[in-house]
Design a protein around this ligand. Sequence first.
Ligand code: IPE
Ligand code: IPE
Ligand code: MG
Length: 261
Amino acid sequence: MAEKLKQASSRGSGNADRQPAAAGLPLPRHIAIIMDGNGRWAVSRGKGRTAGHRAGIESVKAVLRAALDLGLPELTLYAFSTENWKRPRTEVSFLMRLLRSYLAAQRAKMIRDGVRLGVLGDVAGLPAPVRQELDRTLEATAGGRRLLVNLALNYGSREEIARAARLAAADVAAGRLAPDAITAEELERRLYTAGHPDPDLVIRTAGEMRMSNFLLWQSSYAEFWVTPVLWPDFRREHLEEALADFGRRQRRFGGLPDSDE
Ligand code: IPE
Ligand code: IPE
Ligand code: MG
């Protein structure tokens, strides 16, 4: 992994003397990003909030490119929360249209790059045209083996956990599961992320120190990295900065550091 990062970084991005930010350090298996600050980015430029969402697409592309180059296996992007429906109708419908056009425009490139798309969230609650574009992309990219990109869409951790409890309750009612058998593992198997590794690193842009209902269960032992950089300004160098910081952290998972064992 570290070797991969070294290789990728030495390939560089046109800046010959730039040192690899995290060479030799462990890479996260799964990175989750709370892409925040689109509105602030736009307003600070005297533009409408939607201009910020549009600009944020360039950051998504840059981060996918970097993830591919660095050999990161899995990336989850928080794109629309269960609470984001509270926003003005015009903003919500702009976001839905943007998502559709992004998927349609990037599908062929995703396939070429070996990207597989995944979705986390209550997809049934999304507008039909969005669902259609999602289904097409999920199917078309199903063979992607280099990078799994999960879009968290109409996603909220509370909804996800309540849903897992409902599914378990239905299994109990049907006699397939004993109440005593409802363990953390059984609930995990009913989360949208079933079968995925927990995120090792959660990145949030735009400075806010909160989770906003994102991967609450899965992030129990994730490392957090918050940057004041607004999402539309986020580029490869910021991801590398986060990776370098992550690589230096000592994770204990409630145990003791290796050296003390
Ligand atoms: C994040 O940017 C994008 C979504 C939540 C869809 P915001 O739209 O939340 O931007 P700010 O936080 O208002 O600046
Ligand atoms: C979190 O950002 C949701 C996404 C990035 C999709 P928000 O902007 O919705 O979060 P709050 O409202 O600041 O907590
Ligand atoms: Mg925000």
